[in-house]
Write a protein that binds this ligand. Sequence first.
Ligand code: FE
Length: 181
Amino acid sequence: MLLEKGYVDPAALDLIVETYETKIGPRNGARVVARAWTDPAFKARLLADGTKAVAEFGFGGRQGEHLQVVENTHDLHNLVVCTLCSCYPWSVLGLPPVWYKSAPYRAKAVMDPRGVLGDFGVFLPPSTRIRVWDSTAELRYLVLPMRPEGTEGWSEERLADCVTRDAMIGTGLARRPGDAA
Ligand code: FE
């Protein structure tokens, strides 16, 4: 309707969609995670102020204004949802996947997070607590997954290949060496 009425320039709209689909995507977040795995000082800055730390890469802007990074450990696994709608850290993950916006995910993530992880094929030890973060338009979350074992001495670039989009939402784990891509 907006296009028909001439309120929106279709070329401008295409450019925005294309930018978030191809130029801004989970690859950005993966670079941030890989840096945090290899640079303790950066990791400290990232956990202290996610927005400021990702700005070191030039990542920021719309839908990523206030970013909080939450770290997975053996004792604690973080899972991100937006129960209200689909708030998501665009600056580091691009556009949200369809399931992230679906009512079943949004409802089940808070009621049965361990069940959701199982749906994604992730099975954590019972001793690992799961914390669910409900995103808002003002505050969005990025999960810092655990660095896979067997990656000692790897370059940031190689490590970034282990970092999947789902690992940064919390519905997955970082790929281990030898896992299928
Ligand atoms: Fe939302």
